[in-house]
Design a protein around this ligand. Structure first.
Ligand SMILES: [Zn+2]
Length: 464
């Protein structure tokens, strides 16, 4: 099967150019002007007036994650399909090591959830709940089989929390095996004290979640884990950075030349602490770190502009409002943490970033696709429009407007955080390894098309 995309504007992290793209099988075979006259194709797609971009890469999702006595609702089938509708063709999800079990058991469980179900490609990071001699020894093997990143938490005591010694041991191991440490950086033990005080003071609604998780405690933990990584001589990647104080810690480390990296998420750029108000309705917006006051937004955008933040991913972790978020009625500490978002990331960032005049379209592609591909060992197979790269391509209309709504989204969840918001920019055609999987609002892909992406080590992080 040969597909030719003509008359589009190819937009990559490096620049924009008017050229045709020839796809042969699963990969890009040629790029150049006037290919239509030179070669025969089974299908020709006219991309006049539209961009041709590398498919989005969301390196932070939680499909079917068990959390807080329930589980995130999207499966690998529904989640990757929703991602595809939004122009994201690769996800990297977090496999979980449960306390007392091996990393292997956790990874095998996630392979079983995804294999034969995903409609587009996927990889895994590994969440480490225990750091001990056995799990440390397992890390090297996971790196070798294409799962080279390990996420640890300074939050959630009793669940995912690791103390500084455990984090440091895992960091020293990745310094030897070429992997990358990802950190959820909030001071969980201190937050639990404040959350208990907040609840005892009579605040039981979801706003208490936002009030208790002080941004200074995100800044403190971010600085702490960066300094632990400095001592272990290893790169570190801060997930879902939400607060100015945390960004300041990352910026300072980068100014010192340390290999510190960070992502933020659309919810920290477009939603705020105010959304956590409005009684129990705020439960729709409970995630950790929490939504911050609006005056953090400009700092985060500046971080993206100046490359102190390299990536925007979603932390997609959807729970229905009815029946799941409601587990926290009467106690904000019991609301399952997580928001749906995998479908809307590309359009929100195009609208707020490119149309909003904050970043170039090239930077938009970089933070949503190319930088995650590089940092997470997938480049240039993914994240590029180049000869030999996987034909994960999106024909993107930068002018078409749509209104975000739970009535029309494809995520398996009963609400949208962005209900009624109008965005400019929309995916028209989405391809995964040469196959059209979304065309003009209809799913044309196939369950099981998605393959596990065996990823390389974080060489870009080490050279940066
Ligand atoms: Zn997460």
């Amino acid at each position: 099967m040969r597909t030719l995309i003509t008359n589009g504007t190819i937009v990559t992290a490096d620049g924009s150019t008017a050229a045709d793209v020839l796809i042969d099988g699963e990969t890009i075979a040629a790029i150049g002007a006037g290919l239509a006259g030179l070669t025969a194709a089974d299908e020709t797609i006219d991309a006049t007036g539209r961009y041709v971009i590398p498919g989005g890469i969301d390196v932070h999702t939680h499909m079917e994650l068990p959390f807080g006595g329930t589980a995130a609702k999207d499966t690998f089938e529904t989640g990757t399909r929703a991602a595809a509708f939004g122009g994201t063709t690769t996800i990297v999800d977090f496999a979980v090591q449960s306390r007392g079990k091996s990393l292997r058991e956790g990874l095998d469980a996630w392979h079983a959830k995804a294999q034969g179900n995903a409609v587009a490609d996927y990889g895994f990071h590994m969440i480490m709940s225990d750091v001990n001699d056995a799990t440390l020894a397992e890390m090297d093997g996971l790196v070798a089989e294409g799962v080279p990143d390990f996420k640890l938490f300074t939050a959630y005591p009793g669940v995912f929390f690791s103390d500084d010694g455990a984090i440091f041991r895992a960091m020293k191991q990745t310094a030897k095996n070429g992997g990358l440490i990802m950190m959820h950086a909030e001071n969980g033990p201190a937050i639990d004290v404040i959350a208990a005080e907040t609840f005892e003071a009579g605040i039981s609604d979801p706003i208490g979640h936002g009030l208790a998780r002080y941004s200074v405690l995100e800044g403190e933990a971010t600085n702490r884990v960066i300094r632990l990584a400095e001592a272990a001589r290893v790169p570190v990647y801060i997930v879902h950075l939400s607060a100015r104080e945390a960004l300041n810690a990352v910026r300072q480390a980068r100014d010192e030349g340390l290999p510190a990296f960070a992502e933020t998420c659309p919810q920290y750029l477009f939603l705020s602490l105010e959304d956590l108000g409005n009684g129990f309705n705020g439960a729709k917006f409970v995630c950790s770190p929490p939504l911050r006051p609006k005056d953090h937004w400009d700092d985060l955008w500046r971080g993206l502009i100046k490359d102190d933040l390299q990536v925007v991913s979603t932390d997609h972790c959807p729970f229905d409002f009815h029946g799941q978020k409601e587990l926290g009625r009467g106690d904000f500490r019991k609301v399952p943490n997580g928001l749906p978002g995998v479908e809307d990331r590309m359009d929100l960032l195009h609208d707020g970033g490119v149309v909003g005049g904050r970043i170039s379209r090239e930077r938009w592609v970089e933070i949503t696709s190319t930088a995650p591909a590089k940092l997470f060992g997938m480049y240039p197979k993914k994240g590029a429009v180049a000869v030999g790269s996987d034909a994960d391509l999106v024909i993107y209309d930068p002018n078409r407007k749509r209104t975000i709504s739970a009535k029309t989204h494809h995520m398996n969840v009963d609400y949208s955080c962005y209900e009624g918001r109008s965005v400019q920019g929309c995916s028209d055609i989405v391809m995964s390894r040469g196959s059209v999987i979304v065309r003009d609002g209809a799913f044309t892909g196939r369950r099981g098309h998605g393959r596990f992406v065996k990823r390389g080590t974080a060489d870009f992080a080490r050279l940066a």
